[in-house]
Design a protein around this ligand. Structure first.
Ligand code: NAD
Length: 384
């Protein structure tokens, strides 16, 4: 890591139990007068959407509250139409990665429609026309990143296509652990493993830097300490707070580096095979780590140590293998599926999924070069 290229994004992050109460004054500071909320049904049912309605009053001019997982493109069109009808000047994404992704997609589409000044889209200094406020209620991490994914049919196959642009990085993030108290054990566990996966792939990322590594190691410590407690006692506010801080660190690491084989595979499994994102992460993470182990053991030793696994007088590879097994066991202890065949993936589809993954830019950024789709198929077979 003698050389690195680090991009930071201007973001305000408000973290702490009860911090949702600070939304109204933060929106005023941002100058939002006509705000639209993107969310999903569970947040209506648990009263979180009602809390936003009462906090913002007339400033909340539209709500799109039926976001589906993996953000199908027809929903982007519907939400965009609503945003245009109401001439919104700010968007809130509240919920898991999907409503946050929808808010990003709408902001980006409005940018394209309303934009008059040509701003180089690659500049990390570019400011959005319609800024995003993110209120995450899972541990998926999208609130910190300049990326969104939308699922659409390409050549008859459903694909999750991602867009990366500094402008869609949420400007304000409100992390309120109280909003996560009702997250089911299964969503807690699976989106928590997604956060862990961000840390793991940040550690061996080909674009890692000292800050992403520091965030990832501290994220692993918090997640490994807090996630089992959140799983077994969802109403433990202290554990929920530590876990959300871990997700913040994981999202921070994710935002600043390139992901690799694991994330590329999870995108294919989600977009094309319909596997929920957290579940795909839970099944694939140990297998992707094992595939990369011989090339990344020195980077992953820190992860093992952050999990409380000492090097002792063993080889680095042996200690990291213990960490991989520990993650696999933890996934099982939290009653998450551990095989692709348990979540509807057909064995006959594995070669096609491997081919699609082989074309993925994220997969091609893997620290251990992947030169043949057969290598990916082997990883998928091990997970099947
Ligand atoms: P999700 O947003 O699809 O939500 C899954 C389920 O959780 C939904 O049914 C939702 O209603 C429910 N839910 C959310 N919060 C809840 C709460 N507090 N209580 C009860 N139920 C709640 O799933 P996710 O795993 O959060 O996000 C996955 C999506 O985000 C994928 O599309 C993935 O590609 C994307 N993602 C993007 C990034 C990025 O950087 N852009 C990062 C991570 C994930």
């Amino acid at each position: 890591m003698n050389e690195f290229h680090y991009t930071s994004y201007a973001q305000e992050v408000i973290f702490g139990p009860g911090s949702l109460a600070r939304l109204s004054e933060a929106i005023d500071r941002f100058g939002g007068r006509r705000v639209m909320l993107c969310s999903s049904g569970s947040l209506r049912r648990d009263g979180s959407i009602a809390a936003i309605e009462s906090a913002l009053g007339e400033r909340l001019v539209a709500i799109y509250e039926r976001t589906q997982s993996h953000v199908p493109d027809f929903q982007v069109a519907e939400a965009l139409e609503l945003a245009e009808q109401h001439e919104v000047d700010a968007l809130i994404g509240m919920g898991g990665g999907s409503p946050l992704g929808l808010a990003k997609a709408v902001s980006f589409a409005l940018e394209e429609k309303r934009g008059e000044v040509a701003i180089p889209t690659t500049s990390s200094l570019a400011q959005p026309l319609v800024p995003i406020v993110a209120i995450p209620t899972t541990y998926a991490g999208s609130e910190m990143t300049p990326v969104y994914g939308v699922t659409r049919e390409v050549d008859g196959v459903a694909r999750k296509l991602t867009v990366t642009n500094a402008k869609i990085t949420p400007k304000l993030v409100i992390y309120d652990p109280v909003l996560t108290l009702g997250l089911s054990p299964s969503l807690t566990a699976s989106t928590g493993i997604n956060a862990l996966a961000h840390c793991i792939e940040a550690l061996y990322s080909i674009t890692r830097n000292p800050l992403s590594t520091a965030a990832a190691l501290n994220g692993i410590r918090s997640i490994m300490h807090a996630l089992p407690r959140c799983y077994s006692a969802g109403d433990d506010l202290e554990a929920r707070t530590e876990m959300l801080a871990g997700a913040f660190l994981a999202g921070t690491a994710l935002a600043h580096v390139t992901m690799a084989l694991h994330h590329g595979l999870c995108h294919i499994l989600g977009g094309t095979a319909g596997v929920p994102h957290g579940i795909a992460n839970s099944i694939m993470l140990p297998h992707a780590m094992r595939f990369n182990l011989d090339a990344t053991a020195p980077q992953l030793l820190g992860a093992a140590q952050a999990m409380g696994i000492p090097l002792a007088d063993r080889s680095v590879e042996t200690a990291v293998e213990e960490a991989v097994q520990h993650i696999y066991d933890m996934v099982g202890q939290m009653n998450l599926p551990q095989h692709l065949q348990d979540v509807g993936v057909q064995e006959a589809d594995l070669p096609r999924l491997a081919q699609l993954a082989f074309q993925s830019r994220t997969v091609q950024s893997n620290p251990k070069p992947i030169t043949d789709a057969a290598q990916i198929e082997e990883v998928l077979r091990a997970a099947w």
